[in-house]
Design a protein around this ligand. Structure first.
Ligand code: ADP
Ligand code: 5GP
Length: 186
């Protein structure tokens, strides 16, 4: 059996990664979403073990010390990291795996897994990004500003990715990303 592919999806907060991926997962079978660990608090409606493993800082630091993470980064005052074991298991079984992670983590994966495929989800403009982030209503003003500041850095690095999908029209972005994922299947 051939090994599954690893896809790393990166893009500024509010670009629509979660929205696009939800629809891509409904359209493309045999693909798993890597559930990250984070020290940030759950948003209303988020569940431990579904969107994230919500852990304490001490628990996260144990995961780092025990080398349980493929990569991790500090983002907007919290830790985020990718548990390694599920990725090994899923790809070994021939399933594709998607990591939805920020830029520093993507750069670490590029070093440790150069065979992975790197896809950047970009907003149509910084104005629209800010509008989406504000209309989502999940962060306070301080954290919105931190995320917008990070977004500039992330968009400036987008040319280093294998593919860029601009999430302007949602249907089009879902179709583009689905086609990219399917194009790597043998
Ligand atoms: P991310 O996961 O990148 O942080 P989300 O998926 O949470 O972003 O999307 C941020 C906000 O933008 C949400 O309120 C979502 O409904 C909205 N959104 C996502 N894609 C589009 C789109 N193509 N057009 C308009 N609004 C969008
Ligand atoms: P949010 O708090 O909006 O869910 O996520 C904030 C940022 O952290 C997003 O850019 C998201 O892609 C990123 N992120 C989520 N999980 C991980 C992870 O495991 N590792 C890294 N490096 N970034 C992550």
């Amino acid at each position: 059996m051939s090994k599954g592919n690893l896809f790393v999806i990166t893009g500024p907060s509010g670009a629509g990664k979660g929205t696009v991926l939800k629809r891509v997962f409904a359209a493309v079978g045999n693909i798993f979403y890597s559930i990250s660990a984070t020290t940030r608090s759950p948003r209303p409606g988020e569940e431990h073990g579904r969107e994230y493993y919500f852990v304490s800082k001490a628990e996260f630091e144990t995961m780092i010390a025990e080398k349980q993470l493929l990569e991790y980064a500090k983002y907007s005052e919290n830790y985020y990291g990718t548990p390694l074991q599920p990725i090994i298991e899923k790809t070994r079984l021939g399933n594709d795996v998607v990591l939805e992670i920020e830029l520093q983590g993507a750069l670490q994966v590029r070093k440790s897994c150069p065979e992975a495929n790197f896809i950047f989800i970009a907003p149509p403009s910084m104005e629209e990004l800010e509008r989406r982030l504000r209309s989502r209503g999940t962060e306070d003003e301080k954290h919105i500003l931190m995320r917008l500041e990070k977004a500039k850095e992330e968009c400036a690095a987008s040319s280093n990715f294998d593919h860029i999908v601009v999430n302007d029209d949602l249907d089009k972005a879902v179709d583009e990303l689905s086609q990219i994922i399917l194009s790597y299947r043998k």
